[in-house]
Design a protein around this ligand. Structure first.
Ligand SMILES: [Mg+2]
Ligand SMILES: [Zn+2]
Length: 184
């Protein structure tokens, strides 16, 4: 079984400017790329799990999302980072595009995106971690059986989560944790 670092996208990998779908609006978060590289070096598969209600709201299309995803994957590959998968929820209960407007089992805080990845990529949730900036990211991960929760927040910390400032901070804390375990 594989271990994975599940990463929320907006506000974790790239700056959350609200419904980002254009390349020109893609601004990497500080420490994101370096952190992803370090987590990868520690043996974590990098899996993006992202709510994209902008699709249901009609702000951009699924094709727009895929185009930006491809651009992100290629940019990260140039930086030596391999993305194992990008799982997204295009739905919203109050959307304006009919085919995406519904209550689904994949919009975080539901665990559907993570569970789908766990199955497809043979991931062990118990060895995995989640990095998110919202309580809904933390909740989705916990429901999927992930106990190691890293919360990139300036507001209230999700109960049981560890506060971090970037993906790089996560990687550094993970390395520290491994060293502590190695000494025991
Ligand atoms: Mg986010
Ligand atoms: Zn969904």
């Amino acid at each position: 079984m594989n271990k994975a670092a599940f990463l929320d996208r907006d506000g974790v990998i790239n700056v959350d400017k609200g419904y980002v779908f254009r390349e020109t609006d893609l601004e990497w978060m500080p420490g994101a790329i370096e952190g992803m590289r370090k987590l990868q070096d520690m043996g974590y598969q990098l899996i993006v799990v992202t709510n994209q209600s902008g699709i249901a709201r009609g702000y951009y299309t699924e094709d727009d999302f895929h185009r930006l995803s491809q651009f992100m994957i290629e940019s990260l590959a140039h930086a030596g980072v391999t993305v194992a998968g990008i799982y997204f929820c295009p739905h919203h209960p109050n959307g304006s595009v009919e085919r995406y407007t519904r209550i689904c089992d994949c919009r975080k805080p539901a665990a559907g995106l993570i569970l789908r990845a766990v199955k497809a990529l043979n991931i062990d949730p118990a060895q995995s971690l989640m990095v998110g900036d919202k309580a809904s990211d933390m909740q989705a991960a916990r429901t999927a059986g992930i106990t190691l929760l890293y919360h990139l927040t300036q507001a209230s910390l999700f109960p049981g989560a560890v506060e971090v400032s970037s993906i790089l901070d996560v990687a550094q804390k993970q390395r520290l944790g491994q060293n502590v375990r190695a000494q025991n």
